[in-house]
Design a protein around this ligand. Structure first.
Ligand code: NDP
Length: 419
């Protein structure tokens, strides 16, 4: 008996909506609301004949609180799945509190305008005090924890694969495999090939901001900052093969290190091919990754947004992408007084993901956990109110749902370690 609004109709939302429509008993009515309503209409028209979920669509600018409140008042959702951009997380959370709606997203808040002086001042202070320099951090959304608690609502933060499933893997490892976790390496490998010399697998603006930023990892209670792409390792991934991977800062390191302070070292690695890195360095060197607007022929343009316009739409990569993703967590720690290693991961095939949802595996591995997280809230399985990340909830029913609905776990008790 639930009503859900999905904000956004890009790659991730398309997968999540496809999957929600496969569970009409839970997702009875679903409104797809996004900036370009023609995309919502096309998806609803395609899916409606295949599902009992009643679909509707709405044009919305998620930067506009009045529009959000009007939409929520009209549709009366139980849950809003924010699968658009992380820039609107806070305003959508505000609308949820005003209209008494649960909330879910897949990426931590970051501002669109990183030159905003109020945001900058707080950012500079955080870089000094906390010691990592990414534009995103959880502090803004954690400030909503009590407000959601008091309202008896859940705001489930970062419920994609990474962040999202990776944190459920941490909670699962702690619950079933370890008395104490000592180290964690999160490995995100995309072995897919789309045939373009350069394209990003999800929103180019968010992806390129993340990858070109200074990297960081967490060790002995402190952040260690290192230049972007300066730590490189090779790893042989199940289902994919040997790949180069690079250390990046990633948002779940912040929440995992806060919730599991026992973990002495947390690192995040992502694979990139040589062509991706050469292109990215070149784009950065010529200023096209900049988020600071410039005047061009009498008009203000933001270089990274112009670049996004030129690059292939990630949603268009689906039919061209072959190969697999492999994302997971390698742990060391102690169980019953003995040291042990443990690796839990998922392998997802781009072509199979496309066959099922008309999207490639990067969108699939994000959209399926978003649907499963929504299911945990709507079925009353996860009930603790507040603005919380995934590792704060019981991992078992969530991982069971992932196993059933498209992202089964694989495990190894003797993984090759990253040095
Ligand atoms: P896309 O760019 O494909 O889709 C974004 C959607 O949001 C588009 O439909 C866009 O509309 C809509 N949108 C943008 N601005 C507004 C606005 N102001 N009002 C209403 N709608 C708006 O992105 P992805 O689907 O690739 O990514 C979605 C989210 O998932 C991102 O936040 C990304 O960071 C996150 N992500 C998380 C991952 C994880 O594992 N946790 C992995 C990958 C992505 P329009 O069609 O008009 O452009």
């Amino acid at each position: 008996m639930s009503r859900v609004i999905v904000i956004g109709c890009g790659g991730v939302a398309t997968v999540a909506i496809n999957k929600c429509c496969q569970h009409s008993d839970v997702f009875e009515e679903l409104c797809i609301a996004s900036r370009t309503v023609s995309k919502c209409d096309a998806l609803a028209a395609k899916l409606q004949p295949t599902t009992k979920t009643k679909l509707s669509t709405k044009q919305i600018d998620a930067n506009n609180l009045t529009q959000l409140i009007q939409l929520f008042d009209e549709f009366k959702p139980d849950l809003c799945m924010n699968l658009g951009m992380p820039y609107q997380n806070l305003i959508i959370m505000d609308a949820c509190l005003i209209c008494h709606v649960n909330y879910l997203d897949t990426a931590a808040y970051e501002p669109e305008d990183t030159d905003d002086p109020v945001w900058r001042a707080r950012y500079e202070k955080r870089v000094k005090e906390k010691g990592f320099s990414a534009y995103f951090d959880y502090s803004y959304q954690w400030e909503y924890r009590e407000k959601f608690e008091k309202a008896g609502l859940i705001a489930l933060l970062g419920c994609g694969f990474d962040p999202g499933v990776t944190q459920a893997y941490v909670a699962y490892a702690k619950k079933h495999e370890f008395d104490r976790i000592d180290s964690l390496d999160i490995l995100d490998c995309n072995g897919g090939d789309h045939g373009y010399p350069f394209a990003t697998n999800f929103n180019p603006e968010i992806n390129l901001r993340e990858v070109s930023a200074e990297a960081a990892y967490y060790e002995n209670g402190k952040w260690v900052r290192v230049p972007a792409m300066s730590i490189k390792r090779e790893y042989n991934f199940d289902g994919v093969g040997q790949k180069n991977m690079y250390l990046l800062h990633h948002e779940e390191i912040e929440s995992i290190s806060t919730i599991y302070p026992e973990i002495k070292r947390i690192r995040f690695y992502m694979t990139f091919g040589d062509s991706y890195i050469t292109h990215m360095n070149c784009l950065q060197n010529v200023g096209l990754l900049s988020t600071t607007p410039v005047m061009y022929e009498g008009r203000e343009i933001t270089p990274i947004q112009f670049l996004k316009f030129l690059l292939p739409d990630p949603a268009s990569l689906g039919p061209r992408t072959k190969g697999k993703t492999n994302i997971g967590c390698i742990f060391t720690g102690v169980k019953d007084g003995k040291e042990k290693k443990y690796y839990i991961y998922n392998v997802c095939d781009h072509e199979e993901a496309y066959k099922e949802t008309a999207s490639q595996a990067v969108s699939y591995t994000t959209g399926v956990p978003a649907m499963c997280g929504a299911m945990m809230i709507l079925k009353g399985i996860w009930t603790t109110p507040g603005a919380r990340t995934v590792e704060e909830y019981d991992p078992d029913p969530f991982i069971e749902a992932l196993d059933k609905y498209g992202l089964p776990k694989r495990e190894s008790y003797d993984p090759v370690m990253v040095d």
